[in-house]
Design a protein. Structure first.
Length: 132
């Protein structure tokens, strides 16, 4: 049971905008720095930046003017998946099957309420959690 709860915490919860207990519009830069120390070998050289890039694990945290997380981008080489199972390299068709028709769709992106996906030839190259 403990393994399952640990696995559950890894999942990207698009409905509550959470990843690793880091939450959009709530968690701040210090929360990100503390959490990511255990998950990435990247050191953030400029904590005043409005974007922390952890390219070794494929995560980017975007911050608003109050230093709170504005969005979380998940990209290669991340293996993180949403609670419904959507991840990098899945097709847009799988995203639509899991989440229904998006509120916005172009050749390069699709957006639902709290989730956007970016596409290359209908394949997901990154996901973004944001309170749109």
């Amino acid at each position: 049971i403990n393994d399952e709860s640990q696995e559950e915490k890894k999942l990207v919860d698009y409905s509550t905008l959470k990843l690793f207990n880091l939450q959009v519009n709530s968690s701040n830069k210090e929360d990100v720095l503390q959490t990511m120390k255990e998950k990435s070998s990247v050191t953030i050289e400029d904590p005043s930046s409005n974007k922390f890039i952890y390219d070794d694990v494929g995560l980017i945290f975007h911050f608003n003017k109050n230093s709170r997380i504005d969005a979380i981008t998940i990209t290669f080489p991340s293996k993180e998946a949403t609670i419904k199972g959507l991840k990098i390299d899945d097709s847009i068709d799988k995203a639509i099957e899991l989440y229904g028709h998006p509120v916005m769709r172009t050749l390069s992106a699709a957006r639902w309420k709290n989730l956007s996906v970016f596409l290359n030839d209908n394949v997901i190259t990154s996901l973004r959690l944001k309170d749109y």
